[in-house]
Design a protein around this ligand. Structure first.
Ligand code: AMP
Length: 391
């Protein structure tokens, strides 16, 4: 059960509502190239408009380093957003100060005001109490719907919550329900598919899930470190020498639960046009590297996936940026999408593979947060959620 108050628990009629959204989207030449996060915030914003609230939206974009920089302006995002919603949308080129106060005061019910990048002020990431108070002074109610930054304690998601009623938006609630509640009480068999470059980033995830999952299916560069810990020669493969000790411990602790690839695609250099071949797992020839899962591994993992009831997937199965080594990740996307299980996907790379394959809508829940979703899988509390009012 979600334990925080949400927008459905409070009166929003004619209220000024400050919503922290995650509009931290990729831009190219001043144009939004992926609007997933913007669209994910719309149910909350639309709900507030339907309640006759005046809506103030705040977000960060990129890492401007605490000062205004044009390339990190939210103006192009505001322009884009305007076309997605049937309401008057205004933009103000700061998030604090007299001009912002005036714009917030004049904002009418049913209208939207988008503030400039919160990270144009160093006080944001320092969670400066004064900034939290100033942001709060703009509104009657605070709504956090920015799951992507919920693992950070900043002024616009934590500081502000001390001053006015603070509740969750619909996206944040959904993320927590899937990444927290579903995973803490999953329908079994429950499996975690983990990939990506490093073991070190996922040790806490493995620790937290070890008592809950039936299987870990490991792919990507992560698997190399486990193979090295088992004594195989890894050629030029990416191996985290400093994680060999912990990898050995994990192998011992998880036993037959942790499944590694049985065949792999190797290449003679780290490039898109490298020579490649598929081999059963064993010593990797000198100066060759593991780049992807092989077909036998996909077949073996696929059988387990098809028998599962709950699946969480985080991280690519290979160097999917090169088409020659993307098959493992894209085949995995297809296998996960075709499963009848509750499927929960975190991490930008896995989500991107699903999107590119046109399979996103076959997944139960694709998280909008990379770092935040890993924190949830680690079982950590998120400051942005903790700061909200209890039910
Ligand atoms: P992460 O941020 O830890 O999820 O890692 C994502 C990155 O892992 C992607 O950029 C992949 O190219 C990379 N990756 C996946 N498999 C391998 C591999 N076998 N060798 C090197 N890098 C890999």
């Amino acid at each position: 059960m979600f334990q925080k108050k949400t927008i459905k628990d409070i009166d929003l009629n004619e209220k000024k509502v400050f919503v922290r959204v995650d509009f931290n989207v990729p831009l190219k030449n001043g144009k939004v190239v992926d609007d997933t996060r913007i669209k994910a915030a719309i149910p909350t914003i639309q709900y507030l408009l339907n309640c006759n609230a005046a809506v103030i939206l705040a977000s960060h974009l990129g890492r401007p380093g605490g000062e205004p920089k044009e390339e990190f302006s939210l103006k192009p995002v505001a322009d884009y957003f305007e076309h997605l919603i049937d309401a008057r949308v205004l933009f103000v080129n700061d998030c604090m100060g007299a001009m912002v106060e005036e714009a917030a005061k004049n904002l009418q019910n049913g209208e939207i005001l988008i503030l400039e990048n919160t990270r144009f002020h160093p006080e944001e990431e320092a969670n400066d109490p004064l900034m939290g108070a100033k942001l709060a002074s703009l509104a009657d109610v605070f709504v956090n719907d920015a799951f992507g930054t919920a693992h950070r304690a900043h002024a616009s998601n934590v500081g502000i919550a001390k001053h006015i009623p603070a509740v969750s938006g619909l996206l944040l609630e959904r993320e927590i329900n899937y990444l927290g509640n579903t995973i803490s009480d999953p329908e079994k068999p429950f499996i975690a598919i983990l990939g990506g470059a490093k073991v070190s980033g996922k040790i806490n995830v493995i620790d937290n899930l070890a008592g809950k999952v039936d299987y870990f299916l490991i792919g990507g560069g992560m698997a190399n470190t486990f193979f090295a810990a088992q004594g195989y020669k890894m050629g030029d493969s990416l191996v985290e020498e400093e994680s060999l000790g912990i990898a050995k411990e994990i192998l011992k602790g998880t036993g037959k639960k942790l499944l590694l690839p049985i065949d792999v695609v190797i290449s003679d250099e780290f490039s898109a046009s490298a020579n490649n071949k598929t081999i059963p797992i064993g010593d990797i020839p000198e100066s060759w590297s593991i780049m992807d899962l092989g077909p036998l591994s996909l077949n073996k993992f696929g059988k387990i996936i098809r028998d599962s009831k709950t699946i969480v997937w985080n991280g690519p199965m290979g160097v999917f940026e090169f088409p020659a080594f993307a098959k493992g990740t894209f085949s995995m996307a297809k296998i996960v999408a075709e499963s009848n299980a509750v499927t929960i996907v975190g991490g930008g790379d896995s989500a991107a593979a699903l999107k590119e394959s046109g399979l996103s809508d076959k997944i139960t829940h694709i998280s909008t947060g990379g770092g935040a979703s890993l924190k949830m899988l680690e079982g950590s509390l998120l400051p942005g959620l903790e700061a909200l009012n209890d039910k």
